[in-house]
Design a protein. Structure first.
Length: 655
């Protein structure tokens, strides 16, 4: 089996202890006794996380960490440094070199396992998953084993615990579907376990069933007062316990499959700051007994340095210290954006009302006398961590609600924008239709006057030629040329309007046949031209034959026109396949055009060549564009001045 955790420590005792702890937690491990063997393991194996001792007989754990971070193959590993070194500089050195965590010896086993799980979960990129297992907490091996066996026979996965403290740690890590807890336990009892679960934002929705062997009448009342969802006496039959459990699971409904909130029972790190080594060590012993990872700092400067590289869950701060005192240290913590929400408890041997007010005014969250009982200290620390957890949970919910509000607002804005665009498009379409109808009517009505002007001009030239001088004949000729140009413009506008207004009749169309018919008309109108034209046979496309004839008339007409001054003129119609789509292309070797102006080609009345070189109205390509769009296709062009042009278009079947 491939190991997921690499353990590097020169102490055989520590290596074996770490292997036992982590493998019991379900991890696969590989252990190395020195830096050389660790380097070989890293070169040959793949690990998700490494636990490195800082001091090795042949190497430096921090240098080994740098090697891991510099190698692209191992750079993504999580790294936890483990050392008995109490110096702040060692911890800062390791964390600034790229360590994900730093755990000091002696370490709490549950804390270490919890940190390892957190880092591996982070590597997966997922938040805490809710388990479907049942947590059973009972100090009696006989009853606990019987309960586990019964639940497993009923198809449940079971997580056993022998004490309330162990049960809470398992609950924080596994997030069970339900908890069955004995009322009487060593250490904290069953009701206390349930109370702590109910105070924990990450666990408070977990159904809890309290078991008790007590016959006292108020046992049930105490259970429900603690927050239990159900109560069963141990003397009941096993099927009663099972029925109660299933009822709880049904009534609980579907829990959140994922939770971002950290549990109160999850591994917590406390920073204790005091210039007295004796008191600092006593403080560390008290807090480690509660399962906390404790960092020790001997001054305010050390505390601020540590906080700059590793966040903590709570700070215990001595009021009177040389250098930066507790009040100033607290003030700086609360002024830092990433630290201001960290709870700070001020500790002092000075019972002074003014000092307390000054500390609280500087931002301290609590003020506690050093002469107080350890239980009071534990309770104050837990209260501050609980307050911070509730604050974080409230912020998370607020941010989630705000995110949903923003998403809803964006969705509304997008919908309103889409509706506005649709309304504008509809209105524009109506205006275009009105303009098309007006243009068609005007163009149609202009043809008769123009014919009259042209006819009378011709009559003047024929009937009054003998009395007209040269200037008069030139003027009449110019009038007739202008009316002819105006007539072509009107005819092109009518064709353009017809393309939009005509009914679309879609079917399979032989484009080769249409192209040859258009070419025949061009040759008939200009019989002296010698142009090589290549048209393939059987070029079938989906579309409206009348519209496609209009498009080819314009495209072939342009190619015929713009190759007029080209020796060995050539025009080719072809079909190509691009991105699995049929593309029709018409190429010529004529005048071409500058690609800088390609975007203007299909605009109405746009001409890229002088009228005295190539006549035209500038409407033909705009008409082709409309034909292609009515077929659901697209059109584009490529060209080079003096080397010809190519027009590409696609066609989609339209109903």
């Amino acid at each position: 089996m491939t190991a997921e955790i690499l353990i590097v420590d020169d102490s055989l005792t520590v290596r074996m202890a770490l292997m036992e702890i982590l493998e019991a937690a379900g991890f696969s491990c590989m252990a190395c006794q020195d830096g050389a063997s660790a380097r070989r393991a890293l070169a040959n194996g793949t690990f998700k996380l490494a636990v490195l001792d800082v001091l090795l007989p042949d190497d430096d754990g921090v240098e080994l960490l740098k090697l891991i971070r510099e190698n692209p193959r191992t750079a993504g590993m999580a790294v936890v440094l483990l050392s008995s070194e109490a110096e702040v500089r060692h911890r800062v050195r390791g964390l600034t070199a790229g360590a994900d965590d730093y755990v000091g010896k002696p370490y709490d086993s549950a804390y270490l396992v919890g940190r390892v799980r957190d880092h591996l979960r982070r590597l997966k990129g997922s938040v805490q998953e809710t388990s479907d297992a049942i947590l059973v907490i009972d100090d009696s091996p006989t009853f606990r084993n019987a309960l586990v066996e019964m639940l497993e026979e009923a198809g449940h996965k079971v997580l056993p615990a022998t004490s309330g403290e162990e049960g809470l740690r398992i609950a924080a890590d596994a997030r069970p579907a339900a908890v069955i807890v004995d009322g009487s336990l060593p250490g904290i009892d069953g009701p206390t376990v349930i109370r702590r679960i109910r105070l924990d934002a990450a666990l408070r929705q977990t159904p809890c069933l309290l078991l008790t062997g007590s016959d006292e009448g108020d046992a049930e009342l105490q259970a429900f007062d603690a927050g239990a969802d159900a109560f069963v006496r141990k003397g009941e039959e096993s099927d009663v316990i099972l029925a109660r459990l299933h009822a709880l699971l049904r009534s609980a409904g579907a829990p959140d499959s994922k939770r971002d909130t950290n549990s109160l029972q999850a591994p917590k790190r406390i920073l204790a700051v005091d210039d007295s080594p004796t008191y600092l060590n006593e403080l560390g012993e008290i807090l480690r007994g509660e399962g906390y990872e404790v960092q020790l700092a001997h001054s305010g400067a050390e505390a601020l340095l540590l906080l700059s590289v590793q966040p903590v869950d709570c700070v215990l701060l001595d009021l009177v210290m040389p250098g930066i005192d507790g009040v100033e240290t607290c003030r700086r913590i609360k002024a830092a954006p990433g630290l201001r929400d960290t709870p700070v408890v001020m500790l002092t041997a000075v019972e002074d009302r003014k000092a307390m007010i000054e500390a609280l005014s500087a931002g301290a969250d609590d003020y506690l006398s050093k002469s107080g009982e350890p239980d009071g200290l534990r309770a104050r620390v837990m209260a501050q961590i609980r307050r911070k957890q509730i604050q974080d949970e409230t912020r998370r919910i607020r941010e989630e609600l705000l995110r949903k509000e923003i998403e809803a607002a964006e969705e509304r804005a997008a919908r309103e924008t889409a509706e506005a665009r649709a309304a504008m498009a509809e209105e524009l379409e109506l205006k275009n239709q009105e303009l098309e109808a007006f243009s068609y009517s005007v163009a149609h009505d202009l043809r008769a006057p123009l014919r009259s002007i042209d006819g009378f001009g011709l009559a003047l030239l024929e009937d009054y030629a003998d009395i007209l001088d040269d200037a008069g004949r030139e003027f009449i000729t110019r009038i007739r040329d202008s009316t002819a140009h105006m007539g072509r413009l009107i005819e092109d506008l009518l064709k353009l309007s017809k393309v939009t207004r005509s009914e679309f009749v879609g079917r399979e169309v032989d484009l080769s046949f249409i192209a040859r018919a258009c070419l025949a008309r061009l040759r008939q109108a200009d019989p002296d031209r010698d142009v090589e034209v290549v048209i393939p046979d059987g070029l079938w496309v989906p579309g409206d034959s009348a519209l496609l004839e209009v498009a080819l008339e314009n495209l072939l007409g342009n190619a015929w026109k713009f190759t007029r001054k080209t020796p060995h003129a050539r025009i080719e119609l072809a079909s190509e396949t691009r991105d699995r789509q049929q593309v029709i292309v018409l190429r010529d070797n004529g005048a071409g055009f500058d690609m800088a102006h390609a975007g203007k080609l299909f605009n109405v009345f746009t001409r890229l060549h002088a009228a005295h070189d190539f006549e035209g109205t500038g409407i033909g390509l705009a008409t082709v564009l409309r034909v292609v769009r009515r077929h659901g296709g697209r059109i584009w062009a490529e060209g080079k001045v003096g080397e010809g042009a190519a027009f590409f278009f696609t066609l989609e079947t339209k109903s």
